[in-house]
Design a protein around this ligand. Structure first.
Ligand SMILES: [Zn+2]
Ligand SMILES: [Zn+2]
Length: 296
């Protein structure tokens, strides 16, 4: 299922491959999760450099959005989704002390540029850290970060190990022999670029998506908390608009949905008031508890 020898090129799985074996039963033993939205903004971040619009100059802290990333605690395990350019500040803000693995959604700057800031997580624990990624994402990471992922890594480089995935996998502890966490990649379409969403237990994180392939919905059955891309009210070629995101959230049917990846066209208080109670905007630092499967 995973290999480190991914050739460049489109070797990606079909959605059906991704869904195979992704029945909710796989998550039966997953403990309750604590999910922290480290960043909730679009690729520029909000405020946007040089912009003096109402949102960029707002004194509501909810209108400050760093680039999207997410930290999941499952028992002792700590799982990071993406390492954007704000990762270091986010990790300091949330006091993150442990990372067992990184799940990459895709290769764009706003989701990977903080990769090198993983280095301190090896100072006290030299065990390698798996970085799970779609084959296309892995190919770009390998090319762009040759000094980390190449055959002759720079001394002191993060001891990260690319794991190309085409189906469900489990994340093991880097620290002890504690229980592993089952994770399902969920194939998404980001305006033609393949992106992985991730499901663990009753939580799913789906960022940077403009279309969900039909079979991927099957991997999202029984979700309690959903995090979903919702760029802005106006339609966009590579992200869900608010209307599209609301319709998608309704179809997936989570108890609670949080939107992420918003632009400076979105004022938090105003936009939230216009959304239903079970679909709200996330904000940086929002922490949510997700119940275990047995409570479904
Ligand atoms: Zn993005
Ligand atoms: Zn602005």
């Amino acid at each position: 299922m995973s290999t480190n020898n991914t050739p460049d090129g489109r070797t990606g799985p079909t959605a059906a491959d991704v869904v195979a074996g992704a029945a909710p039963a796989r998550h039966a033993d997953t403990p309750p999760l604590t999910v922290t939205l480290l960043g909730t903004g679009t690729s520029t971040g909000v405020p946007v450099l040089g912009c003096d619009c109402d949102v960029c100059t707002s004194d509501d802290p909810h209108d400050t959005r760093t680039r999207c990333a997410c930290y999941v605690r499952a028992g002792d395990l700590g799982l990071l989704i993406d390492t954007g350019p704000d990762f270091r500040q986010q990790a300091l803000r949330e006091g993150i002390e442990r990372i067992d693995a990184v799940c990459y959604t895709h290769h764009h700057f706003d989701h990977v540029a903080g990769l090198d800031d993983l280095r301190p997580f090896f100072f006290d624990n030299p065990a390698t850290m798996p970085c799970y990624a779609h084959p296309d994402t892995a190919a770009v990471l390998r090319r762009n970060y040759d000094y980390i992922f190449g055959g002759d890594p720079y001394p002191g480089a993060a001891r990260v190990q690319l794991e190309t995935i085409d189906g469900p996998f489990t994340v093991a502890s880097r620290y002890d022999d504690g229980p592993a966490l089952p994770v399902d990649p969920v194939l998404l379409d980001h305006g033609g670029t393949p992106v992985y969403g991730y499901r663990m237990g009753r939580f799913a994180y789906l960022t940077d998506v403009s279309r969900i392939p039909e079979p991927s919905y099957e991997a999202l059955e029984g979700i309690d908390v959903l995090v979903l891309d919702a760029l802005r009210p106006k339609p966009h070629r590579t992200h869900f608009s608010f209307d599209e995101a609301v319709a998608t959230a309704r179809r997936i049917g989570a108890r609670q949905t949080y939107f992420v990846h918003m632009t400076h066209n979105v004022r938090h208080a105003e936009a939230n008031a216009a959304l239903p109670d079970d679909i709200q905007l996330a904000y940086d630092g929002l922490t949510v508890e997700v119940p275990a499967m047995e409570n479904a």
